[in-house]
Design a protein around this ligand. Structure first.
Ligand SMILES: [Zn+2]
Length: 501
């Protein structure tokens, strides 16, 4: 540094001191939650994240995770203190290159930046940390990180980020991501988006580099480490595709591949029906130890059990349906979960119809008849299930019936126009059920309050299956509804998805 620039720096620094000294910030901590009624502690207030750079080392031997996450954000209010959501042991924090004091308290990492930050100010937050994630529990005694025999799974909804990177952990604050993870040579580390390549380290380790350039929610950002067969290709639409199959799939391996390898075909089908695919890459991961499937952005992860009775493209249609319904258009509050699960489940009905294994109407009829009127199934409201029932079977099955009720009320042309308008207008954003109802009324020109009141917000079994004509309903008292060919696979899919709680 020259003497001249040193002097300039000193003057600038003195000016900055004067500015802050002149107008000291009154105590103004950012909120410890994003205001979600079901999960008040999720997310935080006072800033908006634009990018996460997650740079980690992971040793499967002993489940040792360490590294640095750099967060780019902007303050949305004056802040003397603000929170990140994080459970692991923190070594240091810097805010705009100055060490910040921090306290870890029950999943909240509370930061006090020196001098505070002003509304509108850019923030660069650097957090270094090291811990054994599988040994870390949240305030409910729960561990979302799964240690496996050959690696680990960082996958979970509504929460997983706190076990591997500090964040503003709510779908209302999406960001782009770079995920770079070094593991011992011979181990695979898979995440979202585009695979940017491997970097050999000097110490017998390899760094895996992944990049997500479209807005992505924290819970849809995943990491899977272990022994995997990786298949890279380019889809007919020109997108990079990465599929990864655990080497522990056993007898299910081929059935899994016969399902996941059809990902571009399913995306093509969904694109024709619900609008352009919103992301820059495709793929899927199949592994034991998960127990369910999750729609991680660009790359859903499926438990091997979905394929125990052979190929299952219904779970693929479900998770890929989420790329539009859930990933690109996310819940505003977790109460809006029907916007995810009702629509992803309805994509299974559409797929069943498409491949000739039962029409959507037949699937709706069968689902409606499956639950007797006195079943507790009808007591759960898909439009407001409660925090403990966000993934209840009713959110999926009755949720899909609600979507079908809309379709038969407005007709196919308006129905698909509603879906395409919704995925276009709310792309890369978040939304409420009320906003969906308003849009459906606008596009269809119909008053739909009663329909949604009946299917989403009223306890008890509605009087009739949506779309079933009265003659068929009368005949129904004489015989059992025929089971669509797709039903067994759809049922297996939902049994496993419901197990995700
Ligand atoms: Zn789902």
């Amino acid at each position: 540094m020259s003497i001249r620039s040193k002097a300039t720096a000193a003057v600038a620094s003195a000016a900055a001191m004067t500015l802050f000294a002149g107008t000291a910030l009154a105590a103004s901590p950012g909120a410890p939650g994003a205001g979600d009624p079901y999960f008040p502690g999720y997310g935080n207030g006072g800033y908006d994240v634009s990018h996460y750079d997650i740079r980690l080392n992971y040793n499967p031997d002993g489940d040792q995770l360490s590294g640095t996450t750099t967060i780019l954000a902007k303050a949305t209010e004056d802040l003397t203190q603000f929170n990140l959501d994080f459970l692991l042991k923190v070594k240091s924090v810097r805010v705009n290159n100055v060490p910040a004091s921090f306290v870890s308290d029950d999943g909240e990492l509370i930061l006090t930046p020196r001098g505070g930050v002003r509304k509108g100010q850019n923030l660069t937050i650097v957090v270094t940390y090291a811990d054994t994630p599988s040994a870390v529990k949240d305030r409910n005694g729960f561990t979302a990180w799964t240690k496996t025999t050959d690696g680990a799974l960082a996958i979970g909804e509504p929460e997983i980020a706190s076990w591997w990177f500090p964040s503003n952990d709510h779908p209302t604050d999406k960001a782009t991501f770079d995920v770079n993870v070094a593991v011992p040579n011979g181990v695979e580390a898979i995440s979202n988006g585009t695979f940017v390549g491997q970097t050999r380290q000097i110490n017998g380790w390899t760094r895996w580099n992944w990049r997500s350039t479209k807005p992505q929610a924290t819970y849809l950002t995943f990491l899977t480490i272990g022994q995997f067969e990786i298949r890279q290709s380019t889809t007919p639409s020109g997108q990079p595709s990465v599929n990864a199959y655990s080497e522990r799939l056993g007898d299910n391996a081929d059935a899994a591949k016969a399902s996941i390898e059809r990902t571009p075909e399913v995306i093509e089908f969904l694109t024709e029906n619900v609008g352009p695919y919103p992301f820059e890459a495709q793929g899927g991961v199949v592994t034991p130890d998960l127990g369910y499937a999750l729609e991680n952005q660009t790359r859903p992860t499926y438990d091997t059990a979905f394929f125990r009775r052979g190929a299952n493209t219904y779970v693929v249609a479900h998770e890929l349906g989420h790329q539009w319904f859930g990933d690109s258009v996310s819940v505003h509050h977790w109460r809006d979960i029907w916007l995810n699960e009702g629509f992803a489940s309805y994509m299974e009905f559409l797929w069943s119809e498409h491949i000739g294994e039962g029409t959507a109407q037949e699937n709706a009829d069968f689902t409606y008849d499956l639950y007797p009127a006195d079943s507790p199934f009808w007591d759960v409201l898909p439009g407001d299930p409660g925090a403990s029932k966000v993934f209840d079977g009713a959110v999926y099955d009755r949720g899909a019936l609600a979507v079908h009720a809309l379709r038969v009320a407005v007709g196919d042309e308006k129905f698909f126009e509603i879906l395409r308008t919704w995925t276009a207008e709310k792309k890369y954003s978040d939304a409420t059920i009320e906003e969906f109802i308003a849009l459906a009324e606008r596009v269809s020109g119909q008053q739909l309050d009663e329909l949604f009141q009946t299917w989403l917000f009223t306890k008890g079994k509605p009087a009739q299956a949506p779309g079933r004509d009265s003659a068929a309903a009368a005949a129904k008292t004489l015989s059992v509804t025929a089971e669509p060919k797709s039903r067994a696979k759809i049922q297996l899919t939902h049994e496993l998805l419901d197990a995700h709680k």
